[in-house]
Ligand binder design. Structure first.
Ligand SMILES: [Zn+2]
Length: 475
């Protein structure tokens, strides 16, 4: 073996044995003071301002929001629109006022709207019905990033046992006043700060009647040309004791699909050929959340689930997925089916129904710290690299070359090529690329690993990873 070849093998071994999630590179760069200067921008950023925001997440305020929403008796989509005290209309108006008060702290950067549309009859909507999403938009302040949008939402409509019953009490405290409390509290915490990209806080309606509000929102986003790069659907983030008696207040499930819902036949052909069933954009968002969690909320276990939703069930992330937007669902680890979609009642000493008393506000706040950390990191980080290719005709067939489009943001410091074993779930290795739009990982074969590229800004904020498609070398 030549000296050069030996050196390259040694270099490869050195790189390949270092685990480099965002957290691991923190450990790595702080432990080596020698190249501290050079590795500054590689250091994952535990930003003091972000930590301050997390500390501002208020469990009592989330509790108040859940109690207020449950106080409308029912928020069924077919319930009263104009009763000031009871029904979905009163809840929509209350939610709008909450966002409007928050907007006052955002110095004109936040707009609030009721996104109302008429739903034509379906099997769960007997006659044309007005449905209203309540939406607060915190506009980005960096012209290069403001078109980029991140959405956090929950659904404020509720139901009891009979999905068509608009009269029964349906407090919907956990399902899904808890998720709405997440969106409102995230808005309250983030509104006073400037963010590069735009963050949208949404209370969806019509979820229990067939995800109707979210469908309208996602279709409208396509019509408007919104560049939604991540959706955090929070649905049931308040229950810590399962119906089976199991209790866990330190875990949040993050559901993500691996194969994109909007994949074309051609893309499916490629995926069958070169793999990537675990690497759709929503799965990359899930990994991003897990890595942000390691940095900012290490006490909360992010349990990534490789499914679009719970088995055979759905949620408001689905309409976004169908329109091609990356989206995940956040849900408590143990559900309680005696409290979900149930008439409020007592039977043989057992209390049924989705009551506020079953919601754990400390847990909701813990989950919301993860929401806030994720949103602010996404909104500060550069955009995910575009047009990422894995070069199929590279000269050195024993190494792996990737190429991508230059990121337009002014504060981009460079990129990272990441890879992992094909059966591994999270990125384990990375190499830094300064100012280039292609990179070769020496002596690591594209046959044996999964690769990706992310952008890094001057503060060390990393974008979600882009998974490459097979491409010929450019030029
Ligand atoms: Zn729900």
């Amino acid at each position: 073996m030549s000296t050069t070849r030996l050196r390259s093998v040694l270099a490869h071994l050195a790189v390949a044995t270092v685990t480099t999630g965002m957290l691991a590179s923190l450990t790595m760069s702080t432990s080596s003071s020698e190249d501290d200067e050079a590795s500054t921008s590689q250091r994952p950023h535990r930003d003091r301002e972000v930590v301050r925001m997390l500390r501002a997440v208020d469990a009592d305020n989330m509790r108040r929001i859940v109690d207020e929403l449950a106080g409308f008796g029912t928020r069924h989509t077919l319930s009263a629109q104009h009763d000031p005290d009871r029904g979905v209309g009163a809840a929509a108006d209350w939610l709008t006022e909450e966002f409007e008060q928050i907007a006052e702290t955002a110095e004109a950067r936040m707009t609030v709207e009721q996104q109302t549309f008429t739903q034509q009859p379906t099997d769960r909507v007997p006659e044309p019905t007005e449905i209203t999403n309540v939406v607060a938009t915190l506009h980005g302040t960096d012209p290069a990033a403001a078109n980029r949008m991140y959405v956090i939402g929950g659904h404020y409509d509720s139901r009891c046992t009979d999905v068509m019953d608009a009269e029964c009490d349906a407090p919907g405290a956990n399902d899904d006043a808890s998720g709405v409390a997440g969106a409102v509290e995230a808005a309250r915490v983030l509104a006073p700060y400037e963010h590069d990209a735009t963050i949208v806080f949404a209370g969806f309606s019509g979820e229990e009647q067939g995800l109707l509000g979210a469908y309208h929102f996602a279709e409208n986003a396509v019509e408007q040309g919104y560049d939604i790069q991540g959706v955090l659907n929070n649905d049931m983030i308040g229950n810590t004791v399962g119906g089976n008696g199991r209790s866990d207040d330190g875990t949040i499930r993050v559901f993500s699909e691996g194969v994109p819902s909007d994949e074309t036949e051609e893309e499916a052909d490629t995926r069958r050929s070169v793999g990537g069933e675990m690497d759709g954009r929503s799965r990359q968002l899930s990994r991003f959340i897990a890595e942000v969690g390691q940095i900012y909320t290490p006490d909360l276990n992010v349990w990534e689930i490789a499914r679009r939703d719970r088995f055979g069930r759905g949620g408001d992330q689905t309409p976004f997925l169908e329109e091609g937007f990356p989206a995940v669902r956040l849900t408590e680890p143990h559900e309680n089916y005696e409290q979900q979609h149930q008439d409020v009642r007592e039977e043989d000493g057992m209390i049924y129904g989705d009551l506020p008393r079953f919601v754990d506000e400390q847990y909701m706040a813990r989950v919301n710290e993860l929401n806030v950390a994720t949103l602010v990191t996404l909104a500060r980080a550069p955009s995910t690299p575009d047009n990422v290719g894995l070069v199929t005709n590279a000269e050195d067939a024993y190494s792996t070359t990737l190429q991508w489009d230059a990121n337009p943001a002014a504060d981009v410091a460079g990129y990272e090529v990441v890879w992992r074993d094909t059966m591994a779930t999270r990125w384990t290795n990375s190499e830094r690329v300064a100012d280039a739009t292609s990179h070769t990982v020496q002596d690591v074969s594209k046959d044996n690993y999964m690769f990706g590229v992310r952008a890094v800004d001057v503060d060390g904020n990393r974008s979600p990873v882009a998974y490459p498609e097979p491409q010929r070398a450019r030029q």
